[in-house]
Design a protein around this ligand. Structure first.
Ligand SMILES: Cc1ncc(COP(=O)(O)O)c(C=O)c1O
Length: 408
């Protein structure tokens, strides 16, 4: 039975919230507790809590197998995994890093930490992904590295980017944080470019409470990264071989990540069911388009992104405010884009009309283990209600100048 019958039933106009527990766009995976405890017992019994203990070693082996790469090096976060790999790979004497603007909100800060200037490139309107064509105009004599960040649904054109980087002799690092489970026409994500970076943050497909890792087939890069994350010294602190820091993953995080990895196929099966529920129900609502996963390749089906088309009758901000008030924590997709934010550090300023346009149109909807099929029915039903009653909702919102609602 419809839960909202009249516009006064919306929380924003004094009604009761659709959900008691917020429905988030974060994964917040709870892996099998017994598995987590069994892995934890391993390091506890050996009395080794960090510094390349049994779970970190096992996790690195398992992740390298999972991504079909020669090496995996774990880190305390995806941020530092990517930052240290950039500093290992960037061409010396050059100071620009090419990255999309429509991406992870802290990506430009990563460049700043390694003393490089972000040089923002456009993305393709059909895929929201950077491509060889959008990167090419940004390449110049200062280019130190291409940071190829996949969008959160499907992947960039990996082959095109690999070919361009090879032709121009520029190191290529993929940010594959949102593409852990994905495959492309050329194989599984993990082994492309010089290296690929992933996160084990609790909101991601693989939950290690926090953490990150790099996969690569380059033995000397793997060795260098393993040194850098552990202070950069060899032989009991006798020789300092690189600019290191403490960026190690500890054992309890590795135990959690291993338990998550054990359940990843099952998790993806659940995600796929949720995605199909969204797909089926959203197809009945005009003005809203689900970004579809490419069924020709493997995908994690975690992220649910919709486009509000021109005929969608409410603004995106009003839509988000209304949903957030109902505890549906919808979020604008990578908005504002990085190039439009004030930055206290050096960057190459760019004019990116495609990114500006796209940054206004997309929305992430709740997903992951804490969202059920029934929740999705309710979420889509309320979207249908908003579409059908947009005129009076919008008038009432703006007549009374209701403050934009933001759930924190
Ligand atoms: C695309 C992308 N890259 C990098 C990161 C950084 O990962 P972490 O949170 O593990 O530092 C994130 C985190 O959300 C991300 O979404």
């Amino acid at each position: 039975m419809a839960k909202k019958k009249k516009i006064e039933d919306l929380v924003i106009f004094g009604g009761e919230s659709l959900f008691l527990i917020p429905k988030s766009t974060s994964n917040l995976l709870k892996p099998d507790f017994e598995k987590f405890m069994a892995y934890s017992k391993l390091f506890f019994d050996q009395h080794q809590y960090t510094n390349n203990g049994p779970n970190v070693k096992l996790l690195e082996k398992r992740l390298a197998d999972f991504h079909q790469t020669d090496y995996c090096i774990t880190f305390c976060s995806g941020f530092w995994a990517i930052a240290l790999t950039i500093s290992a790979l960037a061409l010396k004497g050059k100071n620009e890093i090419i990255m999309p603007s429509l991406t992870y909100r802290r990506m430009a800060d990563i460049a700043a930490w390694v003393n490089l200037k972000p040089h923002f490139c456009e993305v393709e309107p059909a895929t929201l992904a950077m491509s060889a064509a959008t990167v090419l105009p940004c390449i110049n004599e200062n280019t130190a590295l291409i940071l190829a960040a996949h969008p959160i649904v499907n992947c960039c054109d990996v082959d095109g980017l690999v070919a361009l980087a090879k032709e121009k002799n520029i190191p290529l690092l993929f940010d594959s944080v949102e593409s852990v489970y994905e495959s492309t026409a050329s194989g599984k994500v993990g082994g492309f470019g010089n290296a690929e970076g992933f996160s084990l943050h609790a909101c991601k497909l693989m939950n290690g409470f926090g953490g990150g890792y790099i996969t690569t087939n380059d033995a000397s890069l793997a060795r260098q990264l393993a040194l850098m994350r552990g202070f950069g010294f060899e032989q009991m602190d006798k020789i300092v071989v690189s600019n290191g820091m403490n960026a190690k993953l500890n054992e309890i995080h590795a135990a959690m990540a291993l338990a998550s990895l054990d359940g990843v196929d099952e998790q993806v099966t659940g995600n796929r069911q949720h995605y199909y529920t969204y797909k089926r129900l959203l197809s009945a609502i005009s003005g809203i388009r689900l970004l579809e996963f490419d069924e020709n390749h493997e995908a994690g089906y975690k992220n649910i992104v919709v486009e509000l088309l021109d005929e969608w009758p409410l603004t995106r901000q009003d839509t988000i405010s209304i949903l957030n008030a109902e505890k549906i924590l919808a979020r604008p997709y990578y908005s504002p884009p990085l190039h439009s934010k004030p930055m206290a550090f050096p960057h190459v300023s760019s004019d990116l009309p495609v990114t500006d346009m796209l940054a206004e149109r997309f929305l992430n909807l709740p997903c992951g283990q804490l969202v059920s099929n029934d929740d999705i029915v309710d979420i889509v039903e309320i979207l249908g209600f908003l579409s059908a009653n947009a005129g009076p909702i919008s008038r009432r919102l703006h007549e009374n100048s209701v403050e934009p609602y933001e759930y924190n």
